[in-house]
Ligand binder design. Structure first.
Ligand SMILES: Cc1cc2nc3c(=O)[nH]c(=O)nc-3n(C[C@H](O)[C@H](O)[C@H](O)COP(=O)(O)OP(=O)(O)OC[C@H]3O[C@@H](n4cnc5c(N)ncnc54)[C@H](O)[C@@H]3O)c2cc1C
Length: 419
């Protein structure tokens, strides 16, 4: 459970004697991005306040699961939390990409990278719980949960944050505010940061199934003309389905009874794992692409979904957020060690320059994949099938695509270099 603390006035040890800050930085949002950042700042010498609005039980009920890419795994190893995460998640050692019924399949294997695994799939709580535990053991991090930021004011030398805890409003002074408060970030909006992007014509259905045969540590991305359909292996021989379809079709699919839904699901899933059993509820999500114009202002930085959102094809969104926080932690730790002001815009721009372009590449790549595959335009069908044919046969193209998809093409944060 998240460390629930009622707010108490900062003690002498919490207050920087020369400047009177209560904390060096405030992280708003105790989702996976916010918790990862707090964990990455352990031993930084920075005093961190993490504020999360929702009780832990609400966060766990999210019913989400994520493909966790190799770079994210290396970051968690660098933080020192991976050995607590790994036993609760599943490994995938093969990825198969296919275009509808076209027989040419691109298959990525561990031999393409020379690693033991290609990646992992984790349910939300399998990441959240170990991170919450880890943060609880960080002496420099204080967690307020449930608590809500009701007002933030930025000044040249500080940020003043009004937090509502147990019905009382308290004011906290800090050098830097980090918004990890998700796609609908109120912090981003209140700071006047504009965004670019669009809502997709598709929605995404997620469901869990248990197949009759082993999933064999294989992840599938099947591109149907209505949208990508992913099968991700989970512990207990379960699989997670991420099924994208035009809004009306997705709504209609969700409205089917279990038997009809399973029949439609099986049509897209294929027979490779035998009969499927539907587990629990299915959820429907909006899909959108969004990039914030700025990732940083003076005394404010955005990370994770607060900064960008992308199409779920390729399971990129959370992984981009994990890379953001590894980069930001590196930038502010270095600034702190050099005696610089961690909230200064010139410092935060180092983070923005690093991450904004890299995220844009992935946003563009996922958008392109969705557009090229989600249609029946004959020239594009020919082109994409030729692309799959080339990818399967030209090792350089195959390795490049794989590395791009799992985060090994950008700048590697220090945390991932010395796991
Ligand atoms: C269908 C679907 C499938 C996906 N699959 C994958 C996948 O396979 N792999 C992958 O990498 N990504 C995937 N994603 C993307 C992923 O879900 C998101 O990128 C990720 O959850 C974002 O994490 P976050 O911590 O940035 O934000 P969030 O998870 O939204 O966390 C924000 C936190 O901030 C808190 N908060 C908000 N406002 C306040 C406030 N005012 N005060 C205090 N707290 C506040 C919230 O309660 C929440 O806990 C998928 C997305 C969708 C829609």
């Amino acid at each position: 459970m998240v460390q629930v603390q009622s707010y108490s006035k900062p003690s002498a040890t919490q207050t920087s004697p020369e400047l009177g800050y209560d904390y060096d930085l405030v992280i708003l949002g105790g989702g996976i991005a916010g918790l990862t950042l707090a964990s990455a700042l352990k031993d930084s010498g920075l005093r961190v306040l993490l504020i999360e609005a929702r009780e832990q039980s609400a966060a766990v009920a999210k019913g989400q699961a994520y493909a966790v890419h190799m770079l994210s795994a290396l970051i968690y190893q660098g933080i020192g939390v991976w050995d607590k995460i790994l036993p609760q998640i599943e490994t995938y050692r093969r990825v198969r990409l296919s275009d509808a019924e076209y027989p040419e399949v691109v298959e990525f294997n561990t031999s393409d990278l020379g690693t033991k695994d290609l990646g992992y799939v984790a349910e939300h709580q399998a990441l959240l719980h170990p991170l919450q535990e880890f943060v609880r053991g960080c002496d420099n991090v204080t967690v307020l949960c449930p608590a809500e930021v009701v007002n933030t004011q930025y000044f040249p030398d500080e940020v003043c944050v009004e937090v509502k805890v147990d019905g009382e409003i308290r004011t906290v002074r800090s050098k830097l505010m980090i918004a990890a408060d998700g796609a609908r970030s109120r912090t981003r909006e209140a700071a006047g940061i504009k965004t670019k992007g669009w809502k997709y014509w598709q929605s995404c259905i997620v469901a869990f199934v248990k197949p009759e045969k082993s999933h064999n540590h294989t992840a599938y991305e099947k591109f149907w003309s209505s949208g990508p359909f992913a099968i991700l292996p989970l512990p207990g021989n379960r699989c997670r389905i991420v099924w994208t379809a035009p809004h009306e079709e997705a709504q209609a699919l969700c409205a089917l009874d279990d038997e009809q839904f399973l029949a439609e699901l099986t049509r897209r899933y294929g027979k490779q794992m035998g009969k499927l059993e539907l587990l629990g509820d299915r959820f429907i999500f909006q899909v959108r692409l969004m990039q914030s114009d700025r990732y940083a202002l003076h005394r404010l930085a955005l990370v994770g979904d607060a900064a960008h959102n992308c199409h779920p094809v390729g399971g990129q969104g959370l992984n981009l957020g994990i890379r953001d926080v590894a980069a930001l932690a590196q930038v502010i730790k270095a600034a702190h060690q050099a005696g610089e002001d961690i909230g200064d815009l010139q410092i935060l721009k180092r983070y923005e320059r690093w991450r904004k372009k890299e995220n844009l590449t992935i946003l563009g790549f996922t958008d392109l994949l969705d557009r090229i595959f989600s249609n029946n335009f004959l020239p594009l069908i020919v082109l994409r099938r030729l692309g799959l044919w080339i990818m399967q046969r030209v090792p350089m193209v195959k390795r490049f695509t794989l590395k791009l998809m799992i985060g090994l093409k950008g700048k590697t944060p220090n945390l991932a270099q010395n796991p």
